[in-house]
Unconditional design. Sequence first.
Length: 445
Amino acid sequence: MSDDRPSARILAAWAHVSARSKARPIVRREAVHPRRLITAGGRLAATFAIVAVGLLAVVSQRHDTASTALPSAPGPSAIAAMPTPTPLPGNSATTTTPATPSPATATARPIYDFHTGQLVTAVDGWALSGADLLVTHGGGRSWTVTAPSAPSTERIVGAAFADGLHGWVVSDRVPAEGSSGVLGVDVHRTDDGGATWETMTLASIPSPGPDPLVGFPTFSVVSSDVAYILIQAEGTPDSEFRLFATVDGGRSWHSRPRLPLRSITFVDPLVGWAVRNDSGALIRTVDGGKSWASQQLPAIPGVRASDLSPASGPARLADGTLLLFESAARDGNRGAFFASHDDGSTWAIAARGPTEAGYSVAVPNGGAWILGGGPSLLISHDAGTTWQQVGAELPGPIASIAVVDGSHLSAVVDINNCAPNTDCAVPRELWISDDAGTSWRDATP
């Protein structure tokens, strides 16, 4: 082909724009290709090529269903919709546009650049892959492309679902490259599994300099009504952090005091934890994020407090106990588990972590403790006294892990096939276990 085609010029321009982006543009794709193994460099090139084609093509609504695809009707939710609490005080930061249809398109398993995703019930889940938002109602055995209607200049930067029907997508609208202006952040909500979407402006952030970006946001979903979103606007003074809450399923959002937070975990509509990005300290709120106080954890003999760092907030066990794991920078990277029986007011040391432990904690039904993120997936059936390796099928360390319906786990796995001392993209895969981590299957979109 001749290199002076318009498509070649657009591809080159898009590669330049994408090189500065940490997020993904909202682009709907037509073509469906069989999934095949590609290198990290090939994966990146394929992503640029597919996005360029998507920008040139007219978006169609073709429904090509793979022979193995399951029915796309959403399955029943495993998270009961909680009664809507009394709205929390705060300044609403949203404006609303009417819902517009965005029909889903059934797919096989095409060549996408999977970034993150998880199950939210035994059969329902979501994934961000390349430029697309995908959903599954078959436990990750088949996927459907869906996305809110948005201009090509808007990019998906994060997503979360409460169940098979209710979900949210965050996207940003950046000023022209090389210029300053206002960074717009939108949140799109669906209550029908992605068939239609409603769009609200979450934030408009003035930028004093060029090329502001929104980093991947952190979600904490309590129910189909209550959810929290933490965003960080890079390229603004001190990398501005903003926390927003909704108590009506995302129809309105309320801003919270601006603190440099690294992660958020809410266990109910009011009680939650976060890690301060400036100090690494664990802090707690009991009023839905309007105020925060430091959490005092007991000292571990022979371990300095500065050597411990919480990766996220605590997990609630079946008996109501809160279990918090703090990874360690020294002492064999063992870390420690802390338990609270009074909703986090006081803590006690529950167990030391295993040597070279990871940082992602999952607690399926039956009382097992699972640690991911290290060289292998580890499980304890005796409250952290002994550990054994499981999940031999996993091809790499776990970046994040989630538990739903008691025994179904989904894990984002890093596939580090880069040579030592090289700079290359680390591809990811989505793996699912239906038996509390004993065996795993590849469910990568």
